[in-house]
Design a protein around this ligand. Structure first.
Ligand SMILES: [Fe+2]
Length: 381
């Protein structure tokens, strides 16, 4: 068994109403100025936090400009705004976009390093500012992961910074914050979280310490996603989904995702397709390609998704594949790239871009060539 390092948040809090504990954490550390990075649609969810922090005698600034998947330019503007505010604490509140930006702001505030210096694996030298993350979707798992993703406007590619210093000091996963998430976002972010678990479990570098999160995350999300999409105020389903998403996040640091994410990034970068949509759309086609290389693993995944086990692992795995397609359809996710306005002629360029995401492709159970990537996009078209 290979050696594995798990870098988890200094404090991980899960439960209904736990957002208030973020204020307690900040105040107990005697921090005085808190810069909150969020998005306009969820900014009001910060109200109770702001009140609690200010009642405790610290100052807050709410920066709600992260309304789309972030670019390097958007990040740079946020960093400048934060720098002029001289905070000693950064809080990210929202979906993966505000969380990723908050993580990078905390990392580069007062640093000699520039954003371009840290895109890659293990390049960030340190982080000197307190960082807390509060997710408002059940999806990215960014609140516990060492990853942050930005779009580079220069080449249209999504690039990741990966570093233990990007793991927050505090993560506060409050399922009640997800109740107002609209159904399409619940669907796409929930499927993204499930893909985190699936790609960590059927991964060349899968590890028993992470398998337990991955398989339980798959079970929780498969059993509760449709319920939460159909009735957003089903707090029980929301809670199970938040837990599944957290488990997905805990898979990202030590094992991470693979070809589904590698092929999904160019769709997001080039055509602004939401991360969860591009992932769920590609998932069955990548698995079809991978199946022979990890049959037993995909059979376990299928059982976790609730399908009946067959004496033949390949048959069980195949049933799981059908279940994934069914769940994605039930949740209203588009099933074809053509439905999203992607021109057929763009496939070679998408495949070439996907081949640059080597940090994830290396994890895939079966080697992906550029020709294979083209064929997968073609199948998803
Ligand atoms: Fe993802």
């Amino acid at each position: 068994m290979r050696i594995i390092n798990l870098f988890n948040p200094g404090r991980l809090v899960f439960g209904k109403g736990c957002i208030t504990q973020c204020a307690e954490d900040i105040l107990s550390r005697k921090l005085k100025s808190v810069f909150i990075v969020t998005a306009d649609p969820v900014a009001q969810l910060a109200d109770s936090l702001v009140k609690a922090i200010e009642n405790g005698g610290a100052k807050t600034t709410v920066y709600s400009g992260i309304n789309t998947e972030p670019s390097i330019g958007m990040f740079t503007n946020t960093l400048l705004a934060a720098a002029s505010d001289t905070p000693d604490a950064i809080v990210g509140l929202g979906g993966g976009s505000p969380l990723d930006v908050a993580k990078l702001v905390a990392a580069l505030l007062g640093s000699e390093q520039q954003i371009e210096d840290i895109l890659g694996i293990g390049l960030l030298k340190s982080r000197n500012t307190y960082l807390a993350c509060i997710p408002t979707t059940s999806g990215t798992g960014s609140e516990v992961s060492p990853n942050a993703i930005l779009l580079d406007e220069k080449d249209g590619l999504k690039k990741g910074a990966v570093s233990p210093f990007l793991v927050p000091d505090g993560s506060f996963v409050d399922p009640l914050l997800t109740v107002s998430v609209p159904a399409p976002v619940t669907a796409s972010t929930g499927l993204d979280a499930m893909v985190h678990c699936i790609e960590a479990y059927a991964n060349k570098f899968a590890h028993p310490t992470v398998d337990i999160y991955a398989i339980e995350g798959i079970r929780l999300i498969a059993a509760n996603l449709k319920r939460a999409v159909e009735n957003g105020s089903d707090v029980e389903a929301r809670t199970q989904l938040s837990l599944g998403s957290l488990y997905g996040g805990l898979c990202l640091g030590p094992v991470n995702t693979a070809a589904v994410h590698a092929l999904a990034y160019p769709l997001g970068g080039e055509f602004k397709i939401a991360h969860g949509v591009s992932n769920s759309l590609l998932l069955p086609h990548v698995i079809e390609y991978n199946l022979e290389s990890a049959v037993e693993r995909y059979a376990d995944i299928a059982v976790a998704m609730g399908v009946e086990k067959d004496s033949c692992a390949k048959e069980t795995a195949h049933r799981g594949l059908l279940r994934m397609k069914e769940l994605s359809k039930q949740c209203g996710i588009p099933q074809h790239m053509a439905d999203l306005g992607v021109p057929l002629e763009s496939i070679p360029k998408l495949a070439a871009s996907a081949m640059t995401v080597t940090r994830l492709l290396k994890n895939n159970p079966r080697e992906i060539t550029e020709k294979a990537a083209c064929a997968i996009y073609q199948a998803a078209y």
